[in-house]
Design a binder for this molecule. Structure first.
Ligand code: PFF
Length: 458
């Protein structure tokens, strides 16, 4: 068996976990969501959810991982054999997410190349560049969008994971995350100073509580879980590489804070840019916004192509560090439980995920591939790509987070968890009272509500 990896430094751990959290969810999902759902009213609710419920689930996952110093399946087994299946479910979730995440990451890479080489290919016809060249809507097999770029993306991901926890993942995050912050701040300055920015900013800052209803709150909850990478054992795995001397409470708040800061900065950068260009922000879905609509904004503004390149590089860095964390979650399981080498596990798993992802990309326009879904509206046959996202966002991730909370709150017990959280008394866990209420009651109830909402039952 190979020697287990460990983070070399605490800041390395914080940046790697923040790297997992900061992803496509922050940069292309959050801004549109906040814009369409009441501006700062939504932001306020999102804040409360992240720091009360999100932080509770995150610290719970870290604690389970650090307690056992094992992969998610092994860590859960250490607490109670009967609950090992949550780890298995997490691995499956990671598998599905990375299958599509790696393909979207590939598309982002193609946009990086397009903008770095002048942007003319995108500007010539932004709709066709995405729908035909990448998704194959015109009937020509999209070799670049479905094969070449996603393959490069997953190969980079696998390469870093093969290098190991401190030598690969930690080192890369220590470079990419600070760079990401600098790029984001540049884009933010551009966003808030662009002509006509005040209109967009007003929209985002004005608290419109009339838009906030139960569905908006559920959407904020779902977004918080996805954005913080919760419910699939990834944070559990990352926590397992942390040594017992570090302060889990402080780390958790730092990571939640960094993730939220990136989402906000992205919102304040992108909404004014889109607004100034007259883009219909709420139309066309997240992919339509990031891959089609924004082209007109970059084409119109001074030095727009450079800012376009900057935006897609930012998106690429965010996506890579998230993809790495998902692959690491599955690789840790395969190496430790099935005794397969890290190299073979990472290479083998990523090839399979890449293969499934081809179907994801093709299902968007080129081929008629469907899944099956059951909710309060009855049986439906969504496009395969949507089916994969439904499976993870509406079912597997919330269910995983729910089971983590129930296991720790009710089976393992808050006292044992609190002992681990406090590093066995080294850092007094002052928030134990509130954590107890959160992990036993508030978080599980909130998650059950997200799930019922997702299935159209409430
Ligand atoms: N948090 C990532 C994002 O916001 O894009 C997505 C993600 C990464 C989800 C890792 C789950 C995960 F385990």
């Amino acid at each position: 068996m190979e020697k287990r990896g460990q983070w070399a430094t605490n800041i390395g751990f914080i940046l790697a976990a923040a790297g997992s959290a900061v992803g496509l969810g922050n940069i292309w999902k959050f801004p549109r969501m906040a814009y369409g759902n009441g501006g700062s009213a939504f932001i306020l609710i999102y804040f409360l959810i992240v720091f009360l419920i999100g932080a509770t689930v995150m610290i719970t996952e870290f604690t389970v991982g650090r307690n056992a110093q094992k992969n998610a399946v092994g860590a859960l087994r250490t607490i109670d054999k009967k609950w090992t299946f949550i780890g298995g479910m997490g691995i499956l979730t990671g598998f599905i997410i990375l299958s599509y995440y790696s393909h979207v990451g590939g598309w982002v890479l193609k946009y990086c190349v397009a903008y770095l080489t002048g942007g003319s290919k995108v500007y010539a016809d932004p709709v066709n560049f995405f729908l035909e060249d990448i998704l194959g809507a015109g009937g020509v097999f999209p070799i670049e969008g479905a094969i070449i770029y996603p393959f490069i993306f997953i190969a980079i991901t696998a390469f870093v994971v093969i290098k190991g926890v401190s030598n690969g993942i930690e080192k890369l995050n220590k470079v990419l995350m600070p760079t990401l912050f600098i790029l984001l701040i540049l884009l933010f300055i551009r966003g808030i100073t662009i002509e006509g920015a005040s209109e967009g900013l007003k929209y985002l800052l004005y608290p419109d509580f009339s838009k906030v209803d139960a569905n908006v709150i559920l959407a904020a909850l779902g977004q918080a879980f996805f954005s913080l990478s919760l419910g699939m054992g990834v944070m559990c795995t990352y926590g397992s590489y942390l040594n017992k001397e570090e302060n889990l409470v402080k780390n958790t708040f730092m990571i939640c804070g960094l993730d939220t800061a990136v989402a906000l900065l992205a919102g304040f950068a992108m909404i004014p840019i889109a607004f100034a260009a007259g883009i219909a922000i709420t139309e066309g879905g997240n992919a339509g916004f990031a891959f089609i609509s924004l082209a007109s904004a970059f084409q119109a503004m001074p030095f727009g192509t450079a800012f376009g390149a900057l935006f897609y590089i930012l998106l690429l860095f965010a996506a890579i560090t998230s993809a790495i964390s998902i692959l690491e979650g599955t690789v840790a399981y395969v190496t430790e439980e099935l005794n397969i080498s890290r190299t073979i596990a990472a290479a083998g798993l990523s090839v399979i995920m890449f293969g499934i992802g081809i179907l994801y990309t093709l299902s968007q326009a080129y081929a008629n591939l469907k899944g099956i879904w059951l909710d309060a509206n009855g049986v439906s046959y969504p496009v395969l790509g949507d089916f994969m996202e439904f499976m993870t966002d509406k079912l597997l991730m919330p269910l995983g987070a729910l089971l983590f909370c129930i296991l720790v709150g009710w089976v393992w017990g808050v006292d044992k968890a609190a002992d681990e959280i406090s590093s066995h008394g080294r850092y007094p866990f002052k928030l134990k009272g509130i954590y107890t209420i959160m992990v036993k009651f508030v978080a599980p109830i909130a998650i059950i509500l997200i799930m019922l909402g997702g299935f159209g039952i409430i």
